[in-house]
Design a protein around this ligand. Structure first.
Ligand code: NAI
Length: 306
């Protein structure tokens, strides 16, 4: 199979590396900057013999070269600068993402789209609109990253193996995300048995601020290693038809009492894209947090379309 990555910046190029080196698919890297995706692709090709895989990697500025992709990942756009919110990026990135989605679908009419560009939930909604695809074929990456951050902070706090920690973060990608601490476990043991409420709240806050923490440290742009890993996990679950249950930004039609918007919910990802959406039982507090999160996504969808 072929995966196109639109936007050969830090997230896009790292994702291309992960997909090829995990031997998941051939990769086409596309960017507006001439020469840059071609140079990155050549660099990655020269590592093939060393990394022991035989995947094709090509770089282009032309959507015709992306034809017949099974998956299109959109990372094109601008990242946040220190002090900038994800929503400041709204108008600039909306134009870039809609154009990328329309160009990509013209050459890969059956593709599954994974959106990474921020503000994530709104960009995913715009991609769903621009491609006119069934809702199961368009999704956004946010929850897998936010959950990995939450799991990391829990593992650091307890001094346990990160892979033994399982947690889910729902809602929009941003300050209003909804980390489900109640459902987080270390190999099945709820963290509420292992940590006091105050500590859990501190870890939840650090998770909410997880992206900004890295932006503040780095000054130039945001995180890209973990975002690329999170996206490649989604690519893998789709291409290998693994049916993993992951938090994914999905278009809702009544689930969780929400309609006509994109927000992070637990989804089974397989070869058809989103195979099903799981409706978890939420506490009153969690439901209210998801509602607040949804309201902010809705107002941004409206702003993007003004
Ligand atoms: P970057 O600046 O390194 O890369 C963006 C690339 O997009 C650049 O190479 C640029 O030339 C390209 N680009 C701009 N306009 C384009 C167009 N019209 N067509 C094709 N390519 C175009 O940025 P980075 O760090 O890779 O981040 C990319 C996006 O992903 C940002 O919006 C960032 O906020 C978002 N992001 C989202 C995460 C999530 O959890 N959903 C996590 C990390 C980043």
């Amino acid at each position: 199979p072929r995966v196109t990555v639109v936007g050969a910046g830090r997230v896009g190029s790292t994702l291309a590396q992960r997909i090829a080196e995990k031997n998941l698919a051939d990769v086409v890297l596309l960017d507006i900057v001439e020469g840059m995706p071609q140079g990155l692709a050549l660099d990655l090709l020269e590592a093939r013999g060393l990394e022991l895989h035989n995947r094709q990697i090509s770089g282009t500025n032309n959507y015709a070269d992306t034809a017949n992709s099974a998956i299109v990942v959109i990372t094109a756009g601008f990242p946040r600068k220190p002090g900038m919110s994800r929503d400041d990026l709204l108008k600039i990135n909306a134009k870039i993402v809609v154009e990328a989605a329309k160009n990509a679908i013209a050459h890969s009419p059956n593709a599954i789209f994974i959106v990474v560009t921020n503000p994530l939930d709104v960009m995913t909604y715009l991609t769903w609109q621009a491609t006119n695809l069934p809702r199961n074929q368009v999704m956004g990456m946010a929850g897998v990253l936010d959950s990995a951050r939450f799991e990391t902070f829990i593992a650091l706090e307890l001094g346990v193996l990160p892979a033994d920690v399982k947690a889910m973060v729902l809602g929009s990608h941003g300050d209003l995300m909804v980390p489900l601490a109640r459902y987080a476990t270390v190999n099945g043991i709820p963290i509420t048995e292992l940590l006091d409420a105050e500590t859990i709240e501190r870890l939840v806050q650090r998770t909410r601020n997880g992206g900004a923490e890295i932006v503040e440290l780095m000054h130039t742009g945001g995180a890209f290693f973990a975002p690329a890993s999170a996206t490649s996990l989604m690519v893998e679950s789709i291409l290998l038809n693994q049916s993993r249950l992951l938090p994914v930004a999905a278009y809702l039609q009544g689930e969780y009492g929400l309609n006509d918007l994109v927000i992070g919910v637990p989804c089974r990802l397989g070869c058809g894209g989103i195979e099903s959406i799981l409706e978890l039982t939420l506490s009153d507090e969690e439901r209210a947090a998801l509602q607040t999160s949804a309201e902010s996504v809705r107002s941004n969808i409206e702003r993007a379309q003004e």
